[in-house]
Design a binder for this molecule. Structure first.
Ligand SMILES: NC(=O)C1=CN([C@@H]2O[C@H](COP(=O)(O)OP(=O)(O)OC[C@H]3O[C@@H](n4cnc5c(N)ncnc54)[C@H](O)[C@@H]3O)[C@@H](O)[C@H]2O)C=CC1
Ligand SMILES: O=C([O-])CC(=O)C(=O)O
Length: 271
């Protein structure tokens, strides 16, 4: 049995809770909401009709009164510093989807130190992208180049800096609005470039991974493509991910990446 604390009850968090409720070896015991949103989250949680709802609070309860075996972040970049860092220091293993947060100078080092202090591990999930196992293995042999293109329907870029250069609602053809490093992409597009950061951290790093971001009115899915070249050979991956109805920025596969990571914690054989 694994007692889970989840940070964030948005599109991913809610879908993960619904997916794991039938797994008796996973028990959601704590749910962390943004400050001021505890009662709102409790009310939304009630609609799920869980037999044993988790404790909802603004920060993780780490005093042992509500023990946790694993913390899962489904909230956004700010949650890493706020909740994941102290959880690691306390020795709790953490799994993350907001990988782009590690592009912030010093945060990766702080997380590494916290995990070392707590003698625990931080697991960066593959989220909406596939092939991370192959890319991370290829890195050991030596990588020369990783190039990533993220293409989403215009609605998937709402609320991002893409709006500064494009009239997203009026777009009639695909437009490239960002070309640069994975580090810059992750910082400028915190809700849209976590995949770029994941590829970078698995591969040749945030400053050497090249990224192009495209708003395309011709597509209805979130399309992630990358190619990598190195001593191992070459690889090319295209993911055509269905967006979540509750958040078109987010591919549904991200939910299942979290569910897989949690289920693997209670399985005897993992794949
Ligand atoms: N690795 C990957 O492939 C992907 C990663 N993501 C990451 O996952 C995050 C969540 O995605 P969605 O669920 O679709 O977003 P969402 O906006 O639907 O939900 C996020 C929820 O987290 C809550 N939240 C925000 N900051 C918080 C904090 N500091 N403490 C507690 N709760 C907090 C918000 O109130 C909201 O309810 C995104 O911001 C992005 O960083 C999203 C898609 C793919
Ligand atoms: O869910 C997706 O398609 C990818 C995404 O938003 C991200 O990389 O942050």
């Amino acid at each position: 049995m694994q007692r889970i604390a989840m940070i964030g009850f948005g599109a991913i968090g809610r879908a993960v809770i619904e997916a794991i409720r039938e797994e008796p070896r996973l028990k959601l015991v704590q749910l962390i909401a943004t400050p001021g949103k505890v009662s709102e989250v409790q009310a939304q949680l009630a609609t799920l009709g869980l037999s044993e709802p988790p404790l909802v609070s603004e920060s993780l309860i780490l005093d042992g009164s509500c023990p946790v075996d694993c913390v899962v972040e489904c909230a956004g970049h700010a949650a890493i510093q706020e909740h994941v860092l102290p959880a690691l220091q306390e020795g709790l293993p953490c799994v993350l989807v907001s990988i782009g947060a590690l592009s912030e100078p010093g945060l990766a080092e702080a997380l590494e130190m916290a995990a070392g202090q707590g003698n625990t591990q931080l697991h960066l999930l593959s989220g909406a992208i596939g092939g991370i196992d192959a890319l991370a293995a290829a890195r050991i042999a030596g990588l020369e180049e990783v190039v990533y293109t993220g293409r989403k329907p215009p609605m998937g870029w709402l609320g991002s800096p893409a709006e500064e250069t494009l009239d997203l609602a009026a777009l009639t053809q695909a437009e490239v609005f960002f070309e640069g490093t994975a580090r810059d992409a992750a910082q400028q597009f915190p809700k849209n470039a976590n995949v770029a950061a994941t590829l970078a951290l698995a591969g040749i790093g945030l400053d050497r991974t090249r990224v192009r971001l495209i708003a395309d009115p011709e597509v209805t899915e979130n399309i992630h493509h990358y190619q990598a070249r190195g001593a191992f050979g070459r690889m090319e991956v295209t993911m055509v991910g269905k967006p979540l109805a509750s958040n078109p920025k987010t591919s549904a596969l991200t939910v299942y990446s979290v569910v897989r990571a949690l289920c693997n914690r209670v399985r005897s054989i993992t794949v």
